[in-house]
Every structure is written in C-alpha cells, then in structure tokens.
Design a protein around this ligand. Structure first.
Ligand SMILES: [Zn+2]
Length: 207
C-alpha cells in the first residue's frame, strides 16, 4: 500500500494515534514539523542564537543535531561531548564552555518518555520540578528539543535516517511507573501525549 500522505512511496508505518499509513520520509517530516512547531513558533530558539548541544552520543542527541540543522540556517551550533547526561548536574566544563562561547541556548538530549519519568519521579519523591519543560538556569535557556517526541518515535526516526546509534540497555530498564505508563499507552495510544499536556498544566500550579 502507498503512503496516505504523499501517495508516492511505500507506506510502512502506521502510528496508532494517527490512523493512517505513512512512508519513512513522511514520518520523519511529521516529527520535524512537530518539533519545529514547538521551538520555532514559540521562539524558543531563534535564527541568530548561539546554541550548544549536549552530546552524550545518544539517539536523542543525534536527532536533535539533524533537526536543528534542517530547521535553522544561521544558528551556530557547538557540541559538547559528555559521557553521560544528568539533568540535575550540568558539568563545570559545560558551564565554562557556555560562558566562553557566549551561548544563549543549550539543547539537551531528552524525549517525551524521559520528561514523563522525570516529572513522576519529582512528584513522588517530593523534589522540586523546576526543570520540567524548557527551563532557565543562570540566564541560560535549556531546551528539551524532543520533549514532544516519543522514545519509540525517536527510535524509528534514527532507523529511517540510518543512524548507527543504539539505545543503551539501562535506558530500556522498566521501573514500576515507566512500566505502568507503557502498559496504559499500549491500550490507549494518546496516553503519553495527554500526560505531557497535564504535566505542563500541573507544573504551572505546583511550581
Ligand atoms: Zn509519504
């Protein structure tokens, strides 16, 4: 069967929440458009910004780089390699690079599943949720470029763009909350997107 969007290429992916068959190209365009809507329309990253990408060699870091380069023509993108990215601890060497290069926006490797996990962990442990969404710290905007893209969509995007990165085993580890949400999402495919909306609403109230 042909892709129901472009009606040219072979339809290969049926996203449960979308209802029609897409080819690889239209799927990647869909993800890019969703990200673009989030960051360009809301002016989270603008054309002349100096942007730093925290590169932990993850699928999310690779995809973030591809999408920024395709959306923006003038953005100066610098990369900072880190072994492991930890939302709670931005490394000193990263902070000094931000100062040295006069960076205004930092893109961090994140996705929708990670955002849900982070929020639930914060809420259940009674920690602050100040780093939900794109957040500001010491005058710098930290951008979760892929916060509205599912982990499963990131994996498909990586596969269709022939990225050779693999998701590490510890990322796939299922704890109670993650497992529960995954099970609900299988039955009700809109769950994670709805959760993200609720998180944004809740976060305004409990911040
Ligand atoms: Zn297509």
């Amino acid at each position: 069967m042909l892709c129901e969007k472009c009606k040219k290429n072979k339809g290969e992916i049926k996203l449960p929440y979308l209802g029609h068959l897409l080819c690889k190209r239209c799927f990647c365009n869909l993800i890019q458009r969703r990200v673009k809507k989030e960051i360009k329309q809301k002016k989270i990253i603008e054309e002349n910004d100096k942007v730093l990408l925290i590169d932990d060699k993850s699928i999310e870091a690779r995809i973030s780089e591809i999408i920024i380069n395709s959306i923006y023509k003038k953005v100066k993108l610098t990369k900072k390699h880190v072994k492991q990215f930890d939302l709670e601890k931005i490394k000193k060497s990263t902070k000094s690079l931000i100062k040295k290069e006069k960076i205004s926006k930092v893109v961090i490797p994140f996705n929708l599943d990670k955002e849900i996990n982070y929020f639930t962990e914060c809420v259940f442990s009674g920690n602050k949720t100040s780093k939900i969404g794109h957040y500001k710290e010491e005058g710098i905007i930290f951008v979760k470029l892929l916060r509205n893209v599912l982990e499963s969509e990131c994996d498909l995007f990586a596969e269709f763009n022939n990225l050779s990165v693999k998701r590490p085993v510890e990322d796939k580890k299922i704890d109670d909350i993650k497992g529960l949400i995954n099970r609900i999402n299988k039955k009700h495919c809109e769950t994670k997107f709805s959760l993200l909306k609720s998180i944004d609403k809740l976060n305004k109230i409990i911040k």
